[in-house]
Every structure is written in structure tokens, then in C-alpha cells.
Design a protein around this ligand. Structure first.
Ligand SMILES: NC(=O)c1ccc[n+]([C@@H]2O[C@H](COP(=O)([O-])OP(=O)(O)OC[C@H]3O[C@@H](n4cnc5c(N)ncnc54)[C@H](OP(=O)(O)O)[C@@H]3O)[C@@H](O)[C@H]2O)c1
Length: 327
């Protein structure tokens, strides 16, 4: 098969469309004929050599894909050859074919075409597992997500609104991104270049702070994130764009009974990923089918143009997801 290969760790020029061994599905796995994949910020780190794939997984980039089932490994009974699917991957999506544990395959939500479905698995599973399952965001609670226009942010805003949370706040770096986020349903979009998000979060919540905060920045925002929480608030850190090491004032946490959690999806055991995918199919896909949550696709380009796609995401020139289609 053909795949986007990383010649050696480095900048976008190390990406090359070339030949790779065909994957074969092991027991409990499904082989997918890939229609499309999507660029995640983690792919940029992996390309640079900073985010190696978990042991035993493909070293080809790509944490999600859509396509159709091409073959079944031993013991797989819940999928048939030809079924349209999208899938959460540990790697291997930037290719014509990929093998994945059957539990990480999901049917396409009603009304979503097979290429667009590649925009969903990573953000759907990340937002559902962290915001709903971990932080237990419920109707009437306030919510803030950093990077509202990111792939993660565009999904988190819509999920929070669909659950009846409010006010829903986000941070962004430009006025155009602020407009995109309010169009998606955010009640308040805070430009972090002009405004203090803690003060704005307090203003929007009568001084209480937010009940749930989904953070992609890490160390640089930790103290401010804790300050922005309401009593019994829950902060979930899923990205470290602002570093991994920071001090935390446990006294502040104790007084507000706040929780700070952190998680990655990629390294979770297969059984946990399968459980997350089941919850997404049961509880989030109906919201997508009902058009209350939409996949937000900034642009789509062939896999052979992966260099341009990585440049776009590195420069944060996108709103939502950047798709790579099979040429
Ligand atoms: N833990 C997990 O399992 C998991 C899974 C998926 C993603 N993630 C993480 O989630 C983040 C988003 O992923 P993605 O693929 O959706 O990335 P993405 O679309 O490239 O988004 C990155 C975002 O970071 C924002 N940003 C940069 N500096 C900021 C700041 N100082 N304050 C607020 N926002 C800032 C950018 O917004 P502006 O352009 O407006 O600055 C951009 O929207 C990444 O950090 C990724 O590693 C984690």
C-alpha cells in the first residue's frame, strides 16, 4: 500500500508519500480501506520525534480514519466486509489501509458522509471521555474550553451546549475565531491576547467561576485555571502546549474542593478505548444525527499534500479539523 512516511524526525519536509507494508488484521482486529484521516496536533509532535507511538502500534501517523471494512481478523463478529466505519486509532491513519481493534470501529452517524466522518473519532472520544465521563458536566453547569476553534474546542462547545450546560465559554487568539465559536453556540469567546480569561469567567458566572474547564495548555495556565474554577469545579488537562511542570497551591484546591485531572486517550488500554467508543456511539452519535453536534471541517486535501496540511495546523490557520483524503 501507500502511506505518508516520516523519513526521519523533523520539519514538514520529512513527510513523503511512499510504499509501506500492507497491514494484516490480527485476532479481534478489523482491516479498514481508508477513505480519509485527519491531522491532529499530536501528529506534528510525532513527526518531530517527540511523541512516539505506544509499543506494538503502527509508526505511521494518524490517530483516526474513516473508510470501509476490507477484512476481518479471527473472532470478529460484529462487523462485515464492506461496512462503512470510522475508527479511533493508535496510529496508521495516514495510509491506504490500517488494522484496528474491532472495538475502536464505530458506524458513521446518520447523515455524515464517509469522508467527513474522519473528522469525528478523536475529538468525539476525547471530549466525551474527559468532559462527560470524567468531569461529569451536566445541564445548567458552566463550562470553559481553551482553544475554542481547535478540533477539540469546536466539538467541546457543541457537546456542552447540547447537554444543556451554560454559560459555555472558550478562549481564542483572533476575532475571526471568536465569531466562529459563538456561531457554534459558545456564549462567551474570550480573546486571550486582549482579555484575562479568569476575570471574564467570573464575570460570566456571577463571580462563582466555571464548573468544568477543559484545558489544552497545561503548566502555563494551571494556576489561572484553578482560579477560574467554581467551588467543586473540575479541571481536566488534556494538552501541554504551555509545558508540563508547574506548582499548584493545594490550599486553593482544598478550599474550593476542586479536582484537577489529566489524561491522554492514545495510551489507554484497548478495552477502555472500546468502552469510550461504545458510549460515543450510544450517546453522542444521536446528537450528531439530530444535527445538534456537527463535524467542523476547515479543509480537506489529499494525503499526498500532508506537508501543506501540517503547515496549516502548525500555524493555527484552521478552525475545526483538517482532513487528508486517500488520493
Ligand atoms: N489528551 C488527549 O487525549 C488529547 C486528545 C486530542 C487532543 N489533545 C490536545 O488537545 C489540543 C487540541 O488538539 P487539536 O488537534 O484539536 O489541535 P488544534 O486544532 O491544532 O488546536 C490547537 C489550539 O491551541 C490554541 N491555543 C494556542 N495557544 C493558546 C493559548 N495561549 N490559549 C488558548 N488557546 C491556545 C489554538 O488557538 P488559537 O489559534 O486561537 O491561538 C488552537 O485552537 C492539543 O494540545 C492536543 O494535544 C489531547
Amino acid at each position: 500500500m501507500h502511506a505518508v512516511l516520516v523519513r526521519e524526525p523533523g520539519d514538514v519536509d520529512v513527510l513523503e508519500w511512499g510504499e509501506a507494508p500492507d497491514p494484516t488484521p490480527g485476532p479481534g482486529e478489523v482491516l479498514i480501506d481508508v477513505a480519509a484521516t485527519a491531522v491532529n496536533r499530536a501528529d506534528l509532535l510525532q513527526r518531530q520525534g517527540f511523541y512516539p507511538p505506544p509499543p506494538g502500534t503502527s509508526d505511521i501517523l494518524g490517530l483516526e480514519c474513516s473508510g470501509s471494512v476490507a477484512a476481518l481478523g479471527d473472532g470478529v463478529t460484529d462487523w462485515s466486509v464492506g461496512d462503512p466505519v470510522c475508527a479511533l486509532l493508535s496510529g496508521g491513519g495516514y495510509a491506504e489501509r490500517v488494522a484496528v481493534p474491532a472495538g475502536q470501529c464505530m458506524p458513521l452517524p446518520d447523515g455524515v458522509d464517509v469522508v467527513t466522518a474522519a473528522a469525528l473519532p478523536e475529538v468525539a472520544c476525547t471530549v466525551w471521555s474527559n468532559v462527560v465521563q470524567n468531569a461529569r458536566l451536566t445541564a445548567g453547569e458552566s463550562f470553559l474550553v481553551h482553544g475554542g476553534s481547535s478540533g477539540i474546542g469546536t466539538m467541546a462547545i457543541q457537546v456542552a451546549k447540547a447537554l444543556g450546560a451554560g454559560p459555555v465559554l472558550c478562549t481564542v487568539g483572533t476575532a475571526e475565531k471568536a465569531r466562529a465559536c459563538t456561531d457554534l453556540g459558545a456564549d462567551v469567546a474570550i480573546n486571550y491576547n486582549d482579555d484575562d480569561f479568569v476575570a471574564r469567567a467570573k464575570d460570566a458566572t456571577d463571580g462563582r467561576g466555571v464548573d468544568v474547564l477543559l484545558d489544552i495548555i497545561g503548566a502555563k495556565y494551571l494556576a489561572a485555571n484553578v482560579d477560574a474554577l467554581a467551588p467543586d469545579g473540575r479541571l481536566v488537562v488534556i494538552g501541554l502546549q504551555g509545558g508540563a511542570r508547574a506548582d499548584i497551591d493545594l490550599g486553593v484546591l482544598m478550599r474550593s474542593r476542586a479536582t484537577v485531572a489529566a489524561a491522554t486517550l492514545r495510551g489507554r488500554p484497548v478495552e477502555q478505548k472500546a468502552a469510550i467508543c461504545r458510549a460515543v456511539v450510544d450517546d453522542l452519535w444521536p446528537l450528531v444525527a439530530g444535527r445538534r453536534v456537527r463535524p467542523i471541517v476547515h479543509t480537506s486535501m489529499p494525503m499526498t499534500e500532508a506537508r501543506d496540511a501540517h503547515r496549516l495546523v502548525a500555524d493555527s490557520g484552521h478552525i475545526g479539523k483538517v482532513l487528508l483524503t486517500r488520493p
